[in-house]
Design a protein around this ligand. Sequence first.
Ligand code: WT7
Length: 656
Amino acid sequence: MAEGQIEAFLTEERSFAPPAHFVAHANAKPTIYDEADRDPVAWWGEQARRLTWDVEPTTTLEWTRPYAQWFSDGRLNASVNCVDRHVAAGNGERVAFHWVGDREEDYVDVTYRDLLDRVCRAANGLSSLGVKAGDRVAIYMPMIPEAIVSMLACARLGAIHSVIFGGFAAEALVDRILDSDCRYVITADGGYRRGEASALKVNVDAAMPKCPDVAAVLVVKRTGQAVEWTPHRDHWWHDVVDSQSSEHVAQSFEAEHPLYLMYTSGTTARPKGILHTTGGYLTQVATTHYYVFDVKAETDVCWTAADIGWVTGHSYIVYGPLCNGVTQVLYEGLPDSGGRDRWWRIIEKYKVSILYTAPTAIRTLMKWGDELTRLHDITSLRLLGSVGEPINPEAWMWYREHVGQNRCPVVDTWWQTETGAIMVTPLPGISVTKPGAAMRAFPGITVDVVDNDGVSVGNGEGGYLTLSAPWPAMTRGIWGDAERYVDTYWSRFDGSYFAGDGAKRDADGDLWLLGRVDDVMNISGHRLSTTEVEHALVGHEGVAEAAVVGASDDTTGQAIVAFVTLKFSVADSGDDHRSIIEDLRNHVARTISPIAKPRQIIITPDLPKTRSGKIMRRLLRDVAEHRALGDVTTLTDPAIVGVIDSLMSQHASDDE
Ligand code: WT7
C-alpha cells in the first residue's frame, strides 16, 4: 500500500477497541508492556520458565553484535517440551492434531500420547539409519502427521532438520541439500491436491544424482502411487519406523544447540540457510503464541493455515503451539479442495477458535464470497490472525466482518524467517486495532523506523524498519556464510538489524508495514528474489538477458513480471512469441517451483540500462504497474522504455 493511502483509513470508525469479553479474560494484562520495558532481558528470562529445562539456565543474554546467545548454560530437549511433558502432566488424551486430508475421507485425530509414541518410533528409526546429533536431515513432505513427527524426531536426536517446501522442484532440492550437506532425506511418494495424487519422490530421485553424499532416503507411503526404488538408499517409513520401540529416552542439548535450518530467498540467486537454535527460539515462539493468540490450552482449537515448508508452519504449527500443549487442526489440502466452502466446513466440524493465515488466502476467500461463510456455523471462532504480507484494509475488514462476525479481534503479525517469531503485532484484549496496521512491537522487542541515515523518524513519517536490540528467536546466522549474514542484515544501519521492509509510524505512533524495499518479492506470501527468477530464466538456452520485477497484484499481493531478451531472432516465428513464453514459464516452474512462474513475460529487443550497464528495474516496475515513467535520461537508449511499455499493453492478455 502506498504511504499516502494510510491516512485515508485512519478515520475514527476504522479503529477498533478490544472487545469487552476479551479484556476480562485475556492472557495479556495491560501492564505487560511496562513490565517488559523495565528490563526486557530479565522479562525474557521469566518467559523461559514456560519451558521444561533439564538444566535451568543461569545466564540470559550474551550479546556480541550481531550474534546472540540466549540461556546458554541451560539444557533442554525441544521434542520433550513439545510432547513428553504434556503426557507426563496428564494430558496425553488431549488431541494434538485433528489431521484433515485433502480428500474428505482422510482424517485422523492424533493425541499427545499418540504423538509421543510416533515421535519415539521415528527417533529410533532415524537412529537405526545412522542419524546423530548435529547431522542435517532434509524433510520434503506433504502436510501429513509424519512431516511433524519427522521434525520432532530430528529435534529429539539433536539432528538439524531442513524442511523444504513440497512445491519446490528438483533443482531447488539439490541447492538446499548440498548447501548444508544433508545426508538424509525424508519424503513421501506423493500427496493430494484437490483430490488428485501428486508426486514428490520423483523430485528427490531427480535430485539424488547431484547429491552423492545422501546416505538414506526415507519414504512415507501416502498415495500408493508407483515409485522408482534405489536399493540400499531408499527405505519405506513403515519398514524402518513402525517396528521400532515406542520408548525413547531423550537426551538434553545446550540451549544454543541448532534446531533447524530454513532456506529463504535473499537478494541473490542463492537461497540462504537461516539457522535457528533451541532455547531462545522455543521461548519466543511459546510466549508469542500464548499472548498474541491468547490461547487457552484446555479449550482452544488453533488452526494455522500455512505449510510446514515455511517458517510460519515451524513456529506456529509445530514449536509454539506444541510447547503450549494446545489442540490444532492440520490441513493437507488447498482452500478449495472439495469445494470453496472447505475451510468453513473444517472450522464448523472441529470448532476452530483461532485462525491464522495469510492475506492472499483471505483475499481469495473474499473473492469466493461471504455467502459461503454463512452456510456453516463458524461462531466457534474468537480470534483471527494475519501474516506474511501487508494486509490491505479491505481484506482486513472483510476478515473481521465476515469471518470474525465483528466479534473477533484481528491481529496482523509482522515477522520473518530470520526473526523466528512474531515481532510486531497488536495484543488481543489490550490493543486497539486498525485495518492494515501491525501496530506495535511485542513486549520485550525493540523496533524502530529510521530514515536513510538511520535516524528515527517521527510520527506521521515513513522509513525502514530496524530492530535495535537482540531477541530470543533471532537467527544465529546463515549456514556456512558468516559474511553474508553481516552484509545482509547488519551493514545498512549502524548497530541495527535491517529487516528489508519499509514501514511508517502513523500520527498515533502505530506501525504500518509497507512491503519490501529490496529485490525480494512476496508472491502470495511466498518469498522469492528477483535474481533467483532471473537466474532461472537465463538458464534457458534461448534467453540472453532477463530482468524480473514484482508488480502489485490484487490477489497475490505481488506478481512476477519478467522482461526477457532472446539470443536468436524469433521475430518472424509468427506466433507472437506465445510458445517461447509458455516454454519459459514452464522452465521457471521446473527450475524453482510453480509458485515462481511469472504472471507475465515480455519479450523485448532490449532492456533499459544505464551507461554503466546496470538494468534499471525501477523503470520496469513502473511499466509493469502502469505508472507514469520517471526520468529516463540516464539510459543508454531512452526510447527502449516506450517500446517495452507498448509491448506490455499488447501482451496484457497474457495475464492469467
Ligand atoms: C517478509 C518475511 C512471517 C512468516 C511468513 C513470511 C513480509 C510478513 C508481514 C505483515 C507486512 C509482512 C515482510 C517480511 N511480511 N508479515 N504482517 N505485514 N509484511 O516470512 O518468508 O521470511 O517473509 O514477509 O516483507 O520481510 P518470510
